[in-house]
Write a protein that binds this ligand. Structure first.
Ligand code: ADP
Ligand code: G6P
Length: 483
């Protein structure tokens, strides 16, 4: 039977070693949470890194990890500490991530990291080549693996290869500054179908291909190496039913079944009559606009003092890439901002910001989504942003307001949210006020429209559309070959 092989840097599960025992936890991030539900229902396999370096492995641990990973239909690629330093922390997260998110001043280029990036991409390609059989589809994910499509295509031109980029593709003027621009594009062009979240990212990619590689681009098709490659946009969705059902169950929960967080939220709502909750959830990443958000919140408290003691910002940030200096700086800046604002505005019975720096289990995310009056999502650049869609899916009572940055890919499909420019503090402050004062009828109208759209284009639909499209492209390619 034909299968789909998903390939990504991170597996949907992460292995941690604790006192010689392994602990398996789910991975955080849009790619893992989104594709997990698609993978669960397929008979395919998922190739990726387990979270453990080769140096940490004993033969005993290796057997345990392999068992845990195989149970989830996964195959792990072993990375050494050097691989991790140069390929993951280095080229992926100190070079490509900032470059693709328009943080050109953060973009470093280190030739050694580039060499390791190539060799690790080859490790992933080799694992694919070991696992792939005739008729299988290979679906490669994201910026950590830009060279894998060409590496697989070189050895197995018969296999249908898809590539999806989960982050923005920058404009040509940004991309052209990068020394290895040609090699990156050629790596991606090993795929038969290349997908992006939005039409803008697709357009930027096509323009780079045309101008850097001087290739023939007709509408969204590229002729390269005697093949036709299709480029298209597929906005990623969420497992809508999972979030909706969890929220429905949550709303009917008995007192005794409630989590500690929910009990605290309830208590807080009862004690502090009329207080409203504003929620933000993200990985601790400089692309998420966390300092901008806190500063805009402070500006709001100053501009509209009547809301002091009547609202609270609950900010959940999950630790991410904490060995990269810019992430350490961001954590420090966030701690300081939260501390300063809480110090300045708190009263004996009120703290303006509740700040959690940790990953939380799914149930607690649902507690927070369902208990918040406003979701405040302000990235300065974001490929998609699934949190915005998750918030909408959990609002089963059709209330709540989404304030969303126009720099998130999700904003294109979410016009009924209050869309803001994350660099405009005044606009954010005014939108917070508008959200807090929005009549129930308007909340319902906006939420219903958002829910209709987000539920229709779920993650399953996204994956099916990508796969059907890949099938079509591959058939065309086969016809050209036969001629
Ligand atoms: P990114 O992919 O850049 O991290 P997304 O918003 O697209 O951003 O996806 C983030 C995913 O990670 C969401 O599915 C969200 O539910 C999950 N997530 C974010 N923060 C936490 C947290 N503190 N604990 C657990 N899961 C989280
Ligand atoms: C974003 C990227 C993913 C990545 C995730 C979490 O969603 O597009 O590729 O897996 O962030 O980041 P991490 O570096 O922890 O895998």
């Amino acid at each position: 039977m034909n299968k789909t092989i998903i390939v990504s840097n991170r597996l949907p599960l992460q292995v941690i070693i604790e006192n010689d025992q392994i602990e398996v936890t789910p991975s955080v991030g849009g790619l893992a949470t989104g594709l997990k539900s698609v993978h669960k229902e397929s008979n395919g396999i998922w190739i990726g890194w387990s979270g453990i370096t080769q140096e940490e492995l004993t033969p005993e641990l290796e057997t345990k990890i392999s068992k845990a990973v195989t149970k989830e239909q996964c195959v792990s690629v072993n990375l050494t500490q050097r691989d991790l330093d140069h390929y993951y922390y280095g080229f992926s997260n100190r070079t490509l991530w900032p470059l693709f998110h328009y943080f050109i001043e953060y973009t470093e280029y280190n030739p050694e990291s580039w060499e390791v990036y190539k060799s690790v991409n080859q490790k992933f390609a080799d694992t694919v080549l070991e696992q792939v059989n005739e008729g299988d589809n290979v679906w490669i994910q994201d910026y950590q693996l830009l060279l894998v499509p060409a590496m697989v295509k070189a050895k197995r031109p018969d296999i249908s290869i898809g590539f999806f980029n989960h982050i923005p593709f920058p404009s040509y003027e940004i991309f052209r500054t990068f020394p290895k621009r040609k090699e990156l594009l050629e790596g991606m062009l090993g795929a038969d179908l290349i997908g992006f979240h939005t039409y803008d990212y697709e357009r930027h990619f096509l323009s780079s291909v045309k101008r850097i590689l001087s290739l023939d681009v007709s509408f969204n098709k590229i002729t390269y190496d005697n093949r036709i490659i299709r480029v298209d946009s597929f906005p990623m969705g969420i497992d809508y039913e999972k979030f909706e059902n969890a929220a429905l169950d949550h709303n009917q929960m008995n007192e005794g079944d409630k989590s500690e967080i929910q009990k605290r939220l309830d208590q807080h709502l009862q004690n502090e009559d009329g207080i409203k909750m504003i929620l933000s959830i993200d990985r601790m990443d400089y692309t998420k606009g966390i300092p901008n958000r806190i500063k805009a919140f402070e500006y709001f408290l100053r501009k509209y003092p009547q809301f002091q003691e009547k609202i609270r910002l609950i900010m959940l940030a999950v630790p991410s890439r904490s060995q990269v200096p810019q992430y350490q700086k961001l954590k420090q800046e966030t701690d300081e901002l939260v501390g300063r604002i809480n110090g300045e505005y708190s009263t004996v019975s009120w703290t303006p910001i509740w700040y959690f720096y940790r990953a939380l289990p799914f149930e607690n995310l649902i507690d927070l989504y369902t208990s918040s009056d406003v979701a405040l999502i302000t990235p300065v650049r974001d490929g998609m942003n699934l949190v915005a869609k998750e918030y909408v899916a959990t609002r089963t009572r059709k209330d709540g307001v989404l304030v969303l940055s126009e720099m998130a890919g999700a904003s294109i499909e979410m016009n009924e949210a209050l869309l803001i420019n994350p660099f405009n503090f005044e606009e954010i402050a005014d939108s917070i006020k508008q959200a807090l004062e929005m009549p129930k009828a308007e909340q319902k109208q906006r939420m219903q429209a958002l829910q209709n759209r987000v539920s229709r284009y779920s993650v399953k639909k996204w994956a099916n559309e990508f796969m059907n499209s890949l099938d079509q492209v591959h058939k065309v390619y086969n016809v050209i070959e036969a001629e």
